[in-house]
Design a protein around this ligand. Structure first.
Ligand code: AHG
Ligand code: MN
Ligand code: MN
Length: 337
């Protein structure tokens, strides 16, 4: 049987299931092409002059790497002319990017974390791109970038598609259009994404957790109790030993969970209290929560389902606890009074 490429998968979703529109198909193909271009840049590394600092800060006050800026530009340029988008928002831009007047406007909004795991760029560890697609509300004011922010403030449950690319030993594209989760592997010679895994399911149970343990002393008591229980292992109340993994690229940590289960946590802590958390709701937490739920897992702040949060700001941050359903439920139980 011939290979099922991304284009073919999307065409079938459209033709047989009527799940996606022509414009959404185009949008996802364009995003995938941009990820391919980012993958090429990542692969060149020092030879392409893409490592190191850009010498600027983003709106979050974080120093931008050259690859953060380059990936953002690749995604903007790829997506602005196709006629499928109304506006885009990104970790690396203060305000939304409007589609220039010379191009037609479409009905979708795209948000992205162009380069996730920036601290891993220069050490040759897996990094990625995370994206989320929303419908632009009817009558949304898109006259100025400031006014356009409002259109993006939709709960994650309204996403029509979400995905991430991982630039690791292989480049993968993991996607959901609300019909389960599928994985494509980049065939570098052919220059296309080929379907290599369907119907991704996250096992409900796990014995693997992912958290930055260096922040332990800043965590809230319920979270500390939960992790203590796991660390007690066989001799504790859970009666089994746990293993720990922390790549520090959300895409890589989530992808491991998509493959063999586990729980990922970037909780609220004393240092992050004023900010509300570390990870950003619109282009990190929401797309990952959508994918994880589509794969049968769960995603919560500890107190609320992530996809139910009504955003107040474009760059809002939230605590993130996601992965194997039973583990996430245990964390939520620890948080309830
Ligand atoms: P980004 O590189 O887009 O700013 O995101 C980094 C995030 C996420 O990928 C990862 O899980 C987390 O930050 C790592 O944080 P620590 O460095 O605190 O471990
Ligand atoms: Mn990120
Ligand atoms: Mn980033």
């Amino acid at each position: 049987m011939s290979q099922r490429t991304l284009a073919r998968y999307l065409t079938e979703e459209q033709r047989h299931k009527g799940i996606i529109t022509n414009d959404l198909k185009l949008l996802l193909e364009v995003v995938a092409r941009a990820c391919q271009a980012i993958s090429v840049a990542v692969g060149k590394g020092a030879l392409g002059g893409v490592l190191g600092e850009a010498g600027s800060d983003n709106i979050q006050g974080e120093a931008q790497k050259k690859l953060d800026v380059l990936s953002n530009e690749i995604l903007l340029e790829a997506n602005e002319w196709g006629g499928h988008l109304a506006a885009m928002a990104s970790e690396e831009m203060d305000l939304p990017h409007l589609v220039p007047h010379r191009f037609p406007k479409g009905e979708y909004l795209l948000t992205f974390d162009p380069l996730d795991g920036s601290s891993n760029i220069d050490v040759n560890v897996s990094i990625g791109t995370i994206f989320s697609v929303l419908k632009c509300p009817d009558g949304a004011d898109l006259n100025t970038p400031q006014a356009a922010e409002q259109a993006f403030l939709q709960p994650g449950s309204a996403q029509v598609a979400a995905g991430y690319a991982v630039y690791g030993p292989t480049t993968l594209l993991v996607l959901s259009v609300g019909d389960g989760v599928v994985v494509f592997t980049l065939d570098r010679e052919q220059g296309q994404f080929v379907l290599t895994r369907e119907n991704v399911r996250i096992p409900a149970e796990t014995n693997e957790f992912a958290i930055n343990m260096a922040n332990r002393r800043f965590w809230e008591a319920p979270l500390r109790d939960y992790v203590d229980e796991m660390q007690a292992g066989k001799s504790g109340s859970l009666g089994k030993d746990y293993n720990m993994r922390w790549v520090a690229s959300m895409v890589a940590d989530v992808h491991r969970i998509m493959t063999r289960g586990g729980i990922f946590m970037y909780p609220l802590d004393e240092k992050l209290r004023a900010k509300g958390g570390k990870l950003r709701l619109l282009y990190e937490a929401n797309p990952m929560a959508f994918l994880v739920e589509q794969a049968g897992g769960a995603a919560s702040t500890g107190r609320q389902r992530i996809l139910d949060i009504v955003p107040e700001r474009l760059h809002q941050r939230v605590p993130v606890i996601l992965g194997s359903r039973q583990e996430v439920e245990r964390v939520v139980a620890c948080h309830s009074p």
